[in-house]
Design a protein around this ligand. Structure first.
Ligand code: AMP
Length: 185
C-alpha cells in the first residue's frame, strides 16, 4: 500500500560538493526525488540556529510517496543522510543534513525508535512553516497544519525569523516538473 510521508529536511553545514546549507537541502530534495518520486517540495527557508548549534539552518519539507513502512523509511532516510555526508555526532552540533519523518498518511505511529507525528512538530516553525506551504490542510489530530503554523507564529511573534532563499541550482525544469517553489530574494 502506498503511503504519503512528509520529510523534514535541515542542514547547517556546508558540503564539499553541494555547497552551503541551501544547496545541501536542495541536493537532499533531488535525492528524495530519485529514491521515491517527489510528490511536492516546499521552498527552502533559512532559519536562525537553535539549540546552540551556532549556524543558520536551511530547511524544507518534501512530500514523498512510498510503499515502505515507517521503520524501513527511517532506515532509508538514515542511509540518505550518510550518503549526503552526515556523520554521527552531537545531537545539536553542526550537521550536513538531517532527515526526519514529520508525518505520514497512516496517522499515529509509535515504536521504540520512532514517533510519528514527530514529537517536536508542534514546536518547530522551521518545519510547520514550509509544510504549511505544501500541505496546509493535513490534519494532525483535530488541527490542520495551517492552524498549527499560525498558532505557533502567534505564540512566538519574535521567534524564528525565517527568510526564503534563492535556490538557483534547482533547475527550472526540475521546478516545473515537480512544482518546487524557486524563491528569489
Ligand atoms: P536526529 O537524527 O538527531 O534527529 O535523531 C534521529 C533519531 O530520532 C532517529 O534515529 C530515531 O530513532 C528518532 N526518531 C524518533 N521519531 C522520529 C521521527 N519522526 N523521524 C526521525 N527520527 C525519529
Amino acid at each position: 500500500m502506498s503511503h504519503l510521508y512528509a520529510i523534514a529536511i535541515g542542514s547547517n553545514r556546508p558540503h564539499g560538493r553541494h555547497g552551503r546549507p541551501p544547496g545541501v537541502v536542495e541536493a537532499a530534495i533531488a535525492r528524495l526525488d530519485q529514491e521515491f518520486g517527489l510528490f511536492d517540495a516546499s521552498p527552502i527557508v533559512l532559519n536562525a540556529a537553535h539549540g546552540g548549534a551556532g549556524r543558520d539552518f536551511a530547511n524544507a519539507v518534501a512530500l514523498v510517496e512510498s510503499d515502505l513502512e515507517p521503520a524501513d523509511m527511517l532506515a532509508r532516510l538514515k542511509r540518505l543522510e550518510r550518503e549526503l555526508g552526515r556523520r554521527p555526532g552531537r545531537r545539536w552540533g553542526p550537521r550536513v543534513v538531517d532527515l526526519d519523518i514529520a508525518l505520514w498518511s497512516g496517522g499515529e505511529f509509535r515504536s521504540r525508535a520512532l514517533t510519528i507525528p514527530h514529537r517536536q512538530l508542534g514546536r518547530r516553525s522551521f518545519v510547520l512553516q514550509p509544510l504549511a506551504t505544501i500541505a496546509p490542510g493535513w490534519r494532525v489530530g483535530s488541527l490542520s497544519i495551517r492552524h498549527l503554523a499560525h498558532r505557533l507564529a502567534r505564540r512566538r511573534p519574535r521567534g524564528l525569523t525565517a527568510r526564503q532563499v534563492g535556490s538557483p541550482a534547482i533547475s527550472p525544469a526540475f521546478a516545473a516538473r515537480r512544482n518546487v517553489g524557486v524563491i528569489t530574494q
